[in-house]
Write a protein that binds this ligand. Structure first.
Ligand SMILES: Cc1ncc(C[n+]2csc(CCOP(=O)(O)OP(=O)(O)O)c2C)c(N)n1
Ligand SMILES: [Mg+2]
Length: 318
């Protein structure tokens, strides 16, 4: 694991989202935001191993996934604020975050909406024989959608280079996983003849290693895999969710294991990073975040006269 690069990714996700939360509370952000606080190790550990030519499709909780894939933080912030300098011209916002030019497809806010799309992209990489892979992130709520079974079944039959990365945070809004999802998680993968492994989603080293193996397998042409990142939700479903439906002790246990703190402690203990190096990374990230906020706030909303442009495949977005 490249410690400074991976830590920088995790810090950037955390602090850019904290800045979004603050702006949201000041009513600056239209719609909803779904922070991924506590999921940073999954995003950083997995996507760190992809190239620009590989693809990711993010979820409704996708800022971190998009940031690590290479979406520009300032243009992401402008997008979330609904401004014309956003990655999608301010038309998509948080729930569609992405940027084709860095291999991050605009997110599907439909639960499980990315699964079929990514199997299609896997087919494109397979037919092009370009060695590229796709990673489809999705939540445990998507495990029970018909689209999940269709997408994974065909990917297995056709040996497509796709990693299905389930972020299992224990909840789908206010529905606990145990109330909605039957059986063992890994059985969902084994049913389609592909590997399915449960990983500690708060441990960036474990995330990195498991993803590395599945990415290598996909690149070799040995087909798809599924990873289940066990990552108890340490935040509300969306900003503003007071989580009245949740048991306090269960919530507190989820918050307790902070992936950033766990990684920092390990790097410091093993002398991979010094306290000074970590401070320098924190300062660097803080500057990127404050520039992103400034850029986003200074940008203007889209022109109404632009509403019917850039809606056809032949027209580039933003
Ligand atoms: C098809 C569909 N049904 C319902 C919703 C409303 N919805 C938004 S997020 C969500 C829960 C998703 O849970 P999960 O997939 O576990 O992801 P998490 O929010 O836990 O990250 C639901 C039901 C939706 N967006 N799409
Ligand atoms: Mg969930």
């Amino acid at each position: 694991v490249n410690a400074s690069r991976v830590l920088k990714s995790m810090l950037l996700i955390r602090h850019l989202e904290e800045a979004m939360i603050e702006l949201y509370r000041r009513n600056q952000i239209p719609g909803f935001i779904h922070p991924a606080i506590g999921e940073e190790a999954v995003h950083a550990g997995v996507i760190d191993q992809l190239t620009l030519a590989d693809h990711v499709i993010a979820t409704h909780r996708g800022h971190g996934q998009a940031l690590v894939k290479g979406v520009d933080p300032a243009r992401m912030m402008a997008e979330v604020l609904g401004k014309r300098d956003g990655v999608l011209g301010g038309r998509g916002g948080s729930l569609h975050i992405g940027d084709w030019t860095v291999g991050c497809l605009p997110a599907s806010p439909l639960v499980g909406g990315g699964l079929g799309v990514m199997s299609g992209l896997g087919l494109a990489h397979h037919l092009a024989e370009d060695g590229g892979v796709g990673v489809c992130f999705f939540g445990d709520g998507a495990l029970n959608r018909g689209a999940f079974h269709e997408a994974v079944n065909l990917a297995s039959v056709w040996k497509l280079p796709v990693i299905y990365a389930c972020i299992e945070n224990g909840w789908a809004i206010s529905v606990a996983r145990a109330k909605a999802t039957a059986g063992e998680l890994s059985a969902r993968a084994h049913a389609y003849g592909i590997p399915g492994t449960v990983i500690d989603g708060k441990d960036v080293f474990a995330c990195h290693q498991a993803a590395g193996e599945t990415i290598a397998r996909a690149r070799r042409g040995d087909g798809p895999s599924m990873l289940f990142f066990d990552c108890p939700r340490g935040y509300g479903h969306e900003e503003g969710d007071n989580q009245e439906y949740r048991d306090k002790a269960e919530y507190e246990a989820a918050v307790q294991r902070d992936p950033i703190k766990l990684a920092v402690d390990r790097w410091v203990d093993s002398r991979v990073l010094s306290a000074e190096e970590i401070k320098a990374l924190r300062d660097e990230v803080a500057a990127v975040v404050s520039d992103a906020v400034e850029f986003g706030l200074a940008s203007n909303p889209p022109e109404s006269t632009d509403a019917f442009t850039k809606i056809r495949p032949s027209e580039t977005i933003a």
